[in-house]
Design a protein around this ligand. Sequence first.
Ligand SMILES: Cc1ncc(COP(=O)(O)O)c(C=O)c1O
Length: 278
Amino acid sequence: MNLPVLIDGVTTPSAEASVSVFDQAVQRGLGCFEAMRSYGGCVFRLDAHLDRLDRSASALGLELPARDDLSRWIVAQADAGTALPGDGSAVRVFVTGGIEGIAGSSRVIVTVASPPPRPASLRLASVEAPWHPAGRWSELTGAKTISYAPNMAAREKARSRGSDDALLTSVDGVVLEGPTFTVAWVNDSRVYTPSLDLGILSSITRTALLEVAAEVGVPVVEGHFGLEVVKDADEVVALSTFKEIVPVMAIDDRPLDVGPLTVTLQAGLRALIEKECR
Ligand SMILES: Cc1ncc(COP(=O)(O)O)c(C=O)c1O
């Protein structure tokens, strides 16, 4: 079922929803986005998503509409999404770069659809990502831009090796993130995760995981870790808005098991979502 799209707040049938072929989003990949999950019409951590969209837009020099308008459009689409079958909906916001030299031609698109199916587990292949900031700073570090081609190419590389997705590493073998998810792992009853100074996305699920770990009394260590450390972990998980917390069952040729802390963290995240969204 394709629900209508909001373009600059105007309801548009999905078959008619379009942007100009001259928009820099089309021609140069200039734009930013957010992908949110709504549960029964409630968007989990809407403010955090809007804050990140704000940071992404200002990194690209794009102006956003008033926060109240954005928020209203997102909530309206989340509400429309309650008509979809299944567990909640995916609400996505795209802000395009607009047509060069034409003020006000940037478009804000808000879509709603069924979320991608949540995998029960993932097998990852390590893929070197020389394009990733990996600790070097640039104007766009941490921005969620629509230019995801390197991420998608890394995923394809992993799939061509028989894995489900990629585990990105720096050229020095430091573990970064997945193409569309954060990673964390458990060793000696502690949770480890790459630190944000590596230029990984400041994932909203990662923040929620840190809160859940604190709630259940599990220490968290953020830092720079090599691939071998992660392969030797007791448990490894992938985190994102759509995946929530998914166990990783293999990295390259190293098999892994679902462990007890993964189950605890999964339940803790679900409880947090229920608390904020039900
Ligand atoms: C590169 C990258 N890292 C991590 C994430 C997870 O972020 P969030 O938890 O906010 O969905 C995403 C989500 O799209 C991503 O693209």
